[in-house]
Design a protein around this ligand. Structure first.
Ligand SMILES: Cc1cc2nc3c(=O)[nH]c(=O)nc-3n(C[C@H](O)[C@H](O)[C@H](O)COP(=O)(O)O)c2cc1C
Length: 289
């Protein structure tokens, strides 16, 4: 009984040392895991922030934004159409935009770059929170870069479809017959990647808040879609899930920019089809009070 006590004490000591050593190792492993994950995918801290993280930026920017308050106000020039003309113009514009469809089959025929310049200038006329114009339109024509973009999008989209989206989402997409293969990223002569600038920089280098940046850039994207339709080009609105950070780094864009939308632009391919979707009637979307 008495000589059991030192043996027991030794066993207890060994056990304690073993428990501490293992706890240390598992702490080390836990520290390593995020690092390994970060290396596997180039997530950058700022890419994971949303607008709720920007309070600090707002504080930093206050001073520098005050200096930009003094803008001269000038007379507004307006063209007023007769009512008949207004009705005609609004009807024709509706008919033009009602023909817009999301095209997932785009030919490799080149498009005039002057048209691309014009549609982007048009998108840049969008209103923006406090006139911050928080958008960057990256136009990709280079076939190698388009192919690299396709590689990133298909890799992430395959994971999206198989793992991230869930049964309901995948079922909702069935009618569109979409999957993670995005041939149009190679065939379309132009890809436009629209980045929202979550903050900008004042003349003194300080961060400048971009109020409502996502809404502002979304409006610009809507205008861009209308301008493309007006010019006779086609596209499909895409928001490649989880591709933003990788595409941002691939295109060498700074950390204050986050990918909002990717538009492949061109002419429809000869064999292009679209799902026969119906749009809601006016009485289903408008309420008059
Ligand atoms: C915010 C947003 C994200 C979209 N993302 C995708 C997408 O990732 N892939 C795709 O093929 N279509 C995408 N679409 C296109 C829609 O599927 C399409 O607009 C809808 O089915 C209606 O068809 P229509 O554009 O021909 O009227 C997206 C549309 C919007 C507005």
């Amino acid at each position: 009984m008495f000589f059991l006590t030192p043996v027991l004490a030794a066993v207890v000591c060994i056990l304690i040392v073993w428990i501490f050593t293992n706890a240390d190792r598992s702490m080390e492993r836990r520290k390593e895991e995020p690092r390994a994950r970060a290396e596997a995918r180039p997530w950058v801290d700022e890419d994971l922030q949303d607008s709720t993280d920007l309070d600090q930026v707002e504080e930093d920017a206050d001073e520098s934004q005050e200096s930009e308050e003094n803008v001269e106000h000038i007379a507004f020039s307006h063209i007023r159409y007769p009512e008949k003309e207004m009705v005609k113009r609004s009807q024709e514009f509706y008919e033009l935009l009602n023909k817009r469809r999301s095209l997932r089959f785009i030919s490799n025929e080149q498009v005039p770059m002057e048209v691309i310049d014009n549609v982007i200038k048009t998108a840049g006329t969008a209103p923006s929170g406090a006139h911050t114009e928080p958008w960057t339109f990256v136009v990709v024509k280079d076939p190698d870069m388009k192919h690299k973009i396709r590689g990133v999008v298909e890799e992430e989209e395959e994971i999206n479809y198989l793992k991230r989206m869930g049964h309901r989402w995948v079922t909702d997409l069935k009618k569109l017959r979409t999957n993670w293969i995005k041939e149009y990223l190679d065939t379309a002569p132009v890809l436009i990647l629209i980045f929202k600038q979550v903050y900008g920089f004042a003349a003194n280098g300080k961060r400048k808040v971009h109020h409502y940046n996502e809404i502002s850039v979304s409006i610009a994207c809507g205008i861009l879609l209308a301008a493309l339709q007006n010019a006779g080009l086609v596209t499909v609105t895409t928001t490649p899930l989880n591709c933003g950070p990788r595409l941002r780094l691939l295109l060498g864009r700074p950390a204050n920019e986050k990918l909002l939308m990717l538009l492949p632009v061109g002419y429809p391919s000869k064999e292009a089809t679209v799902p026969d979707l119906k749009r809601k009637r006016l009485d289903q979307i408008m309420v008059t009070v």
